[in-house]
Structures are given as structure tokens and as C-alpha cells.
Write a protein that binds this ligand. Sequence first.
Ligand SMILES: NC(=O)c1ccc[n+]([C@@H]2O[C@H](COP(=O)([O-])OP(=O)(O)OC[C@H]3O[C@@H](n4cnc5c(N)ncnc54)[C@H](O)[C@@H]3O)[C@@H](O)[C@H]2O)c1
Length: 354
Amino acid sequence: MAPLRIGIAGAGGIARYHANNFRDTGRVTLAAVADVDRNAAEAFAAQYGIPQVYDDAERMIAEADLQAVTICTPDSSHHPLTLAALRAGLPVLCEKPLAMNVTQAREMVAAAARAGVLTAVNFSHRARPGLQLLRRLIAGGHLGKISHFEISYLQSWLMSDASLASPAMRWRLDKTVAAAGALGDLGIHMTDMARFLVGDFASVCGLVWHDAHEHHAGEGGPAIQVTVDAAGAYLAEFANGAMGVFHTSRTAPGRGDFMRIEIYGELGSAAFNADRNDRVLACLGPLQMERRAYTEYVVQESDLAYKTLIHAFVQNLEGGHVTAPTFADGLKAQEVLAAVLSSAKERKWSAVGA
Ligand SMILES: NC(=O)c1ccc[n+]([C@@H]2O[C@H](COP(=O)([O-])OP(=O)(O)OC[C@H]3O[C@@H](n4cnc5c(N)ncnc54)[C@H](O)[C@@H]3O)[C@@H](O)[C@H]2O)c1
């Protein structure tokens, strides 16, 4: 089979992860890249040997003779660029969050159904080896019926003037470009991981926290306007009756990219810490429950359904049937985010998808 011709929209941080993994599949030609910053697109093309360079992603979609597009731009352009790609009949892999809000996400799901092409959302944490093992343990019934799920996803870069000097960090603070703050960036991952492991959400009770400090890009620089949440938390009731506790922050000193999960069921429990990406601690069965003992399980090759969701996307483009998040999953996560924000604003529980 001839290599698939992929176009990349956006030439920033996550686009490099996409390009490296597309290349790693050995099945793809990186045919074109587009970035509104022409210099960024040129540098990216030089790094990856990409022949066609654009400063307009819609022109790339129309002209570059592509077989699929991956959208690696800030949140606010996911909707227009995806719709352009779908109008051209191209399969789309889109970064998370799928859209700025539920209305946009629904339009993207409907447009994909009309186009009848493959869609995917890069909820990248699903590919963590430990997450895939957790899912296998749960699906295999080793924890029994899940009763509670707890996750923290914490960073601290919002407290660092040096980090804020980077434009890639600053658009994340602007509510006209980012779907939300920590809740839209990290919270949406937490929600997807919970759906991956436990199932659909029924209702949530959210809390949004804004940082009162003034932020600057570099010492002595002008104050930066932060129009999104700095941190947030939510309680969730899952459709299967389990409960969930979620906490995320960009102002957690000492935390670079910290993530941990604990899951409790009637037959055992399991814990994952992203610092130890390839293992899970689990207390399984009557003896370990009685002794309050844990065993560390190291992930094996056979536990993995895919290496990354980029690999899964390519396999599915080639006619494979790898279960991976689609726009429908992107929409479900967006509905949870909307319910959390609305619940926090109204200070009461919100039904998800209402
Ligand atoms: N899945 C993950 O784990 C993960 C990790 C990081 C970022 N992301 C997501 O990826 C997206 C991009 O984040 P990033 O960290 O790469 O940001 P970034 O700022 O590093 O890169 C974004 C690039 O897009 C370009 N751009 C902006 N608007 C554009 C447009 N309309 N057309 C073409 N190019 C445009 C910018 O010039 C910039 O070069 C965001 O939605 C973010 O949430 C996901």
C-alpha cells in the first residue's frame, strides 16, 4: 500500500508529537504543513522534510492533494479547520478539546457523519501503558463493580514568569482562543480517562478557581490578562452509579505534569501514577484485600492495543478496527466540561448532555 499523504495544520508543540509518531508508523508521507506563522511552518517543514508549506491551513486542505488532515492548532480553530477538511471529504484527527463549546462539537460530529469519513480526537493519555493495563484489569472484572474513581492532574507553569514568556502558554489563558483554562486543557483529559475506564457521566458538581495574582511574561513585563480558570474540581456521578472526584490545576507548586488515578471496586482497587507510566499497583481479591496488600504489575507488550492514538489513526485509515476516541467521544467530553462550568456558575449539580 502506498504511504498515506497527511497534512498537518499548526506547527507548534503538539504538531511535533504528531509528526514524530506519524513518521514512526512507517506508513505515512508528511505531505504538507500549514501555520499562520509562516516561519514556524518553514522551520517545521525543514525539520521533517515536508515538501509543501502553507500559511493558510484551509488552502493546504484545498490544494495539497491530501488523504487525511491532523489539526494541531489552538482550540478556537479546531471547528473551522475540521469543517473545511470534512467538506473536502478528508478524514480528520483533531487535537483536544474537540471544540470551544458543545454547539461546535455537535456541528463537527454532524459534518463528519455527512462526510462519512474517519474521525479521531487525540485524547493521548489513553495510550499510556498503565492506562491500557487499568482498562484491561477493569474490563476483565478483576476490580468487580467500580464504586469510586479519583484523579488529579496538576501543573504549575502559570506561576512561572519564564513559562509565560512563551506564546504557546499565553493563548492558553485567553478565553477567546482556549475552550477553558485548566478545566479545558487538563480537565478534558481527566474526563476522557474516566470515560475510558469507568464509563459515561450522568451529572457533575463543579468548582472553578481563579488565581488572584497578576501574571507577567518575563521579569518586569506587562501584566497578562488571564480570562480562564487557573484550577478546578468536580464531583461526578457516573451512569453506572460509580462516583468520581476530579482535581486539576496550573498553580500547584512542585508539579510539572503530575497525574495520578485511583479506582476502587467491590473486588479490589488499582492505582496509577504517570511518573511510573508502565505500571499499575493493584490490590486484587480476598487475600490482598484482607492483608491490605498491593502488587505492582508491569505492563507487557500484549496489554497494549496501540502505541499512540496517531498509530491507531493510521491503522484505521488503512482499514483497521482499532477502538480509539472519535469525534463522538470528543463531544461527550465537551458535554462534561460544559456541565462542570455551568454547575460552578450556578452553584448546583448539572446533568451532563442536558
Ligand atoms: N493531546 C495532548 O496531550 C495535547 C498536548 C498539548 C497540546 N494539545 C492541544 O494541541 C493544540 C495545539 O497546542 P500546542 O501546544 O501545539 O500549541 P502551540 O502554541 O505550541 O502551537 C500552535 C501552532 O498553531 C499555529 N496556529 C494558530 N492558529 C492557526 C490557524 N488558524 N491555522 C494554522 N496554524 C495556526 C500557531 O502559530 C502555532 O505555531 C491545542 O488544542 C492543545 O490543547 C494537546
